[in-house]
Design a protein around this ligand. Sequence first.
Ligand code: FE
Ligand code: CA
Length: 531
Amino acid sequence: MDSVARHILDLSRRGLLRGATAMAALAATRPVFAQRVVPMPVFQSDPFPLGVASGDPWPDGVVIWTQLSQDPLGDGGMPPAALELRWEVAEDEGFTRIAARGAALAKPELNHSLRVEVTGLRPSATYHYRFIAGGAASPVGRTRTAPAPNARPARMRFVSAGCQHYEQGLFTAWRHVAGEPDLDFVFHYGDYIYERGASVGRSGNFPAIRSHNSPEVRTLEAYRRRYALYQLDPDLRAAHHAHPFLMSFDDHEVENNWASVTSGRGTPPEQLALRKAAAFQAWYEAMPLRPSQVPQGPDILAHRGFQWGTLASVSVLDTRSFRDDQPCGDGVKPACDEVLNPAAHVLGPAQEAWLFGRLAQAEAVWSILAQQVMMMRRDVGGADAEDHPRYDMDKWDAYPAARARLLNHVRQARVPNLTVLTGDIHTAWAGTLRPDYDRDGPAVGVEFVSTSMSSAGDGREIWAGPQRALDRNPHIAFFNGRRGYTLIEADERRMETRFRAVPYVSRPGAPLEDRARFMVEAGRAELIRVG
Ligand code: FE
Ligand code: CA
């Protein structure tokens, strides 16, 4: 079976697992004649203040997104009716060579956001797209399709980024991502918004250089306005305009350190479910996602597979929705007995089986897992008790049985060139992945942990805590505590990873600097520092 068929089968299997999702996908792709569609109003201001975005590139098409608004930080200011927009995808920026065009409805149920699954495009091709509402045209976005399933692309080039606290730093690094030439995609590992209320002076442990627009967000309306606040940032918009994104989420799209049905802050499950339903609807509305991902109440399917010809398979994972509650209580602590639970799950049984199947069938050179929380062991020790291992109970370290299942599967199934992309901890790390860190077995993969785009302020190069972790964990090769992102370029023989940094986010104009470059040769799970 070719990869496209397999990909579609992946999706339809998921649809079978959840018939409601398949029904929603059908409903979302057919015109809704029952809905009242009113003539496009005369806008008092640009109706596209939130810009455009694209995502989920496949060989034959991509999702394009926009949202109509006259009052993005208020109630949207749109009539309570469906509005029909036109959209165009062209081979050139001047829109003289149109590749696809159509009309679609922006509906009040989705806050007048709109996503179109464009099909019929050529593989491995760059396109430009825009929306037209009455006499108003949106900004023009650039996007790119994936290679054909059996194509042998000479190379791929992409960014892994996320964690963009609005109060704690400017989005200068997003401006630099926008300027990266020829990216195939940007993987966003989540923490696209942060849910906490407006700060004055200090935001958590960091200076607040700007403020959130409301108290802590808990309702659909509040989440919507929080996304709008972030997406009004011109640097973030520029990155969306420049590249397609593979979107995923982490904890702060809902609330800090939530796990499946368990709140990180003691909220009862039935109340967390309401909050998740609001949070995921707002996330879905704001993102260039396939209509089949429309949330079903508090549930959303965010794990999905992508294929980059014979060069890479990319599996986007959801490490929040199906995991067991963090053991031993949240936080950094010595491992308690709960950590030894052999049935512990980070992915949940269904997602784990899906991933194991994908990995066992992987034929591409690079097997990329695009996920959220650190997978490699990181014993951080402690300043007060140097000899006692301590682990962060929100990471794979808290679920060692789940990690061993995955990495043993990788070894036994001879999964080629496992490369794990991670975020979440607001600092950059690189290391190797081993099924058993207590015995000196061979590494089966490498992990690149991106720092944050803005969360945790200007940062520092290194300090005592991470230095202790480097000393205690010989498989960890690199640390940096500045803001920025990871740029990866791969061909059939090697992968080069750059840790790109901005030296400050507390004032505008930071330059882009490289903190390290690592080379991985295909066939060897080994990090070679080359810069
Ligand atoms: Fe974060
Ligand atoms: Ca996080």
